[in-house]
Design a protein around this ligand. Sequence first.
Ligand code: HEC
Ligand code: HEC
Length: 404
Amino acid sequence: MKLSISALCKLAAFVFCAGVFMTVNSPGTPRPAADPDFGEPLSELTATQMDLFKTGRLIFSSKRSIEDGLGPIFNDFGCGQCHDLPAIGGAGAITETNFGRMVNGAFDPMVEFGGPVRQTTGITIQGSCRIGGEAVPPEATIVTERQSQPLFGLGLVENILESEILANVDPDDLDGDGISGRANRVMDPITKVMSLGRFGWKSGVSSILAFSATALLNEMGITTNVFPRENNPQGQPPFCDSVPDPEDLDFDGDGQSDGMMAIANFISFLGPPPRGPITDAARAGEALFSQVGCNKCHIPTLYTGDSPIAAFHRKPVNLYSDLLVHDMGELGDGIFDGLATGPEMRTAPLWGVRANPKYLHDARAGTLEEAILFHGGEAAASRDRFVALTATEKLELLAFLNSL
Ligand code: HEC
Ligand code: HEC
């Protein structure tokens, strides 16, 4: 019984589990009338799940102080600082730096230099101590920027059946279409099991809860029961931060840090982005999207399986991604993460892409058309077919992207 509860509620606190069982026992929930708007919750939540969403949103939006455990080094004061466009839970205009180097043919994330993620800021305690932000060490040979990603609909993404994702894996390109696609596998820091990666620009993280713990540590310097040790500034022993670890406390005694759980609940229950205007041009563009082969990686729909949570039970997820990593040639960022190699990047989901401030992992593209033109490697043939379209057809395809 204990096992089945934790399996059902893998990203939730005890209260949330109570909500789950209420869902199981309650009569069928009505179908949603309309898509939720950006930043709104999934439309089929129970009252308990809605309360968890709202509490989580408050904590996600809040700013941390030094007394809360912020630092010793950090990138910003709260999740909402980098995930608020066009609404809370969205993308952000900020990029952050990742670095590493190759040693004897293997990737070295340079942990002893403070890698692989640079923290730009440190805390200051008046009259006592001051920590500067980290610099990229001169020994680093691989340096890349990473843009923050929107979190809309990620609970649905987490519930997509593994078999749905693995069905598109084709590492040796047996179907000869020039597109391979590999699943990333990573150690989940919570379950301690090698798991399918789905989140982040390289599918390097396997669950929303794991991402929440990672982000608390890497972005804010907040330790949790998952990562109880501070990030070392530039690889040096941490100082200045005297708040006992883990800083994110476990008041309800379920063994998990409460802030981390609340944040994960908020992200899980965030609704998918609403569709944009579906014009005649967008409809024509949809056919072109398949014709030039964008849909080979940007797969329109994957499905969730059985779930005791009505909002996740057998749902189509129109994310326009296979969640696999592909060799993108020059576009790849050089970082290795789990099984993903330097040139391999996760197919970016295209739902809601019209709301992103910039495009591609390092925000190098200011327009959707530029984003397509930067595709290389396995996507080069598809890019070239896009380039060969007439001016009108290009506008139609872009209208389709703006309708997602
Ligand atoms: C300083 C900016 C910044 C802050 C603050 C921040 N993030 Fe992010 N977020 C990013 C970046 C950059 C990425 C892309 C990560 C990658 O793949 O390298 C990201 C990606 C994510 C993703 C993966 C999205 C996807 O589609 O796979 C999740 C989940 C996430 N962040 C959650 C959080 C949470 C929870 C917090 C607060 C604890 C947070 N972030 C705070 C910048 C930020
Ligand atoms: C071989 C797989 C593949 C094919 C084919 C492909 N893409 Fe992509 N696409 C990706 C990957 C991987 C990324 C993320 C790359 C990065 O950020 O470095 C991406 C990113 C994008 C982005 C940017 C999304 C964002 O959030 O920044 C857009 C827009 C896009 N693709 C549109 C298209 C269109 C349109 C086509 C067809 C002309 C296409 N793609 C074909 C794999 C593919």
